[in-house]
Design a protein around this ligand. Sequence first.
Ligand code: GLC
Length: 563
Amino acid sequence: MDIDWWKDAVIYQIYPRSFFDHSGDGMGDLQGIIDKLDYLSSLGVDALWISPFYPSPAFDGGYDVSEYCDIDPVFGTMADFDQLLEESHSRGLKVIIDLVPNHTSWSHAWFKEALGDSPGSRARSRYVFRYSQNPPNNWGSMFGGSAWSRVQELTGKAEDRDWWYLHLFSSQQPDLNWGNPDVQEFFLDILGFWLDKGVDGFRVDVAHGLIKNPAFPDDKLGLERWEYADANGPYSNQPYYDQDRVHEIYRSWRHLCNRYNPPRMMVGEVWVRPRERASAYARPDEMHQVFNFDFLHCPFDYRLLRQIITESLRVDGAVGAPSTWVLANHDQLRARTRLGYPAGAMLERGIGAGDPQPDWEIGLLRARAALLLMLALPGSAYIFQGEELGLPDFTMMDDAARRDPTWERTNHQVRGRDSSRVPLPWSTGRPNYGFSDAKPWLPQPSDWDDLTVENQEKDADSTLCLYRESLRLRKEWQLGSGSLTWDNAPTRVLAFHNGQLHCWVNTSILPVNLPPGSQVILSSTGHPESPDAVNCSVGNSATSGSSPVLEPNVTMWFTRVDK
Ligand code: GLC
C-alpha cells in the first residue's frame, strides 16, 4: 500500500455544480461525477478533490455549510456519495473532500441557536459576537464591505442593537470562535465522520484564518482592501490570519488522521506571507502540504519562475513537505486567461465585457507550456476541472448572471470568480454542450463547440490529449518523486532536468535551438511531426532531428544522447 501517495500525486479539482449534471436540473451532481469517472481515470490523475457538496443555501457556492455531515439534495444523497467513493477507489482514484472550518452558513443550527439565545450565552460563544456602537474594528470582508454585521438585522431584538457578528466572507458566513472547545470537538467529530467513511483526505478551506488576534486590532487595509489586492497585499501580517495558535488545531487533526490505516492526508488553503509562514502549516505534525499560490500567480517569465520554484523547493523541503504546483482553481482566473495578459496586468477585480481582453492564442500556448513545466517538477500538482480543455474564462458573461457575492458586496467594483466556474462543455452539437438538458446554473459562452471533450478526443494535438500524454509520461518518468537540477540555457529560457528528462521553457520572444543530440519526448504544441498520432489515449513518443527548435511560449521535454 502506498501510504505516501500524496507526495507526488496529481489531484483533479471538481467544482461539482459545474462538472456534469446527471439529474437534468441544470446543476452538476454526484451521479454526474460517477458518470465521468472513466473520463477522469483516462486522464491519468491520481486523486479527486471535490469542492463542497454539503447542504447549503449556496450564497458562496457551497462554502457556506449548514450541515457538515450530509449531502445537499441538489447534489444527491449519502448513498450517492458512498457509491462515488467506492467507484473512485475501485479505479484507483483517491478522494479528498473540502472542509470549511472558518465559518458556517448563517443557516447552520448553531448560528440559529446563537441568534435565538441571549448575549453572553453558550450558544453565542461559538461565534464571534462583539458589543459596540459602531463596527468593532475596521476589518473588511474578503468579498467587500465590512466584516461585521449587526445582529439586530437578523433578530430584530432591541437587546441586540449594539451587538455585531464577524464574517470574514459574506454576511451569510459567520466566523466560528475557535477558542471555544465546543467548536474544536465538533470539527473532530466531522473529520471522524468522513474518515470513517473512507475519504482519503481533506482540503482545508481558509486554513490560516481560524484564530483571530484576541485584541481585535484594526488592520492595515480597512474596507479598501481591493486597493491593496496585489500578490503581497492582504496576506501578510493581518490580525485575523496566521495567528500562531492556529497550528494547534492542525496538530490535533493530524493526530486523528494518523489513527487511520493508511493515514489520511490534508492540504491547506493557506494565503500567508512570507513563504516560510505558509510552509509551517505543512510541518510533520500538521498538514501534509499547502497550495503554492505564488506559482499560480507567477507571470510567464523565466527569472520569476525560477525564483519561485527554487524558493518553494527550499522552504517546503526544510519542513519535509513536498512542494505543490497549481495553475488555476475555482477562485482564480483560468491559466489561459491570466497568461494571455502581459505580466503585471491588474486582474484582481476580474474581467468584464468592457475590459481589455486577453490574447487567447498566446494564453493557450502559455497555459500548455506552463502545464509541461508544472508536471516536470517534483512534488504534487493540482488541476482545476476544465484546464485540461484549455478553457478560457467566460469574460463576456452578462453581469446580471453573476452569482459570486463579491459583485454585489463591492457595489459592482469587483466581478468575482464566476468566469472560471462555468459548466464544462462535454459534447458538440448538444444543448449546453451536453453538460445538462436544462438551462445551466451559470451561462456558457456560445463559441465553445471546438473545446468540448468530444471534439478534443478526436484531435491528437488538442489540449486534452496533451494532458493525457503528459500525465502518462510524468508517471513513466517518475517526475513527481524526482529532483530538480537547473541547467544553463539561452537567455530567457528556463532549463532544468529531473532524472534523465530535460525540460526547457522558452519565455523569450525568439526561437532557440535545443542542445545538439536532443531527442524530443513531448512538446507543449503537441506532436505535429508525428503523422500517426491520431488517438490521444495512446502514448506516442515523437522524435525529431539533431537540434530541434523551441519556439517562444513553448515547453519541450527531451533527453540528451550526446553525454
Ligand atoms: C476559500 C474558497 C472560496 C470561498 C472562501 C470562503 O477561499 O476557496 O471559494 O469563497 O474560502 O469559504
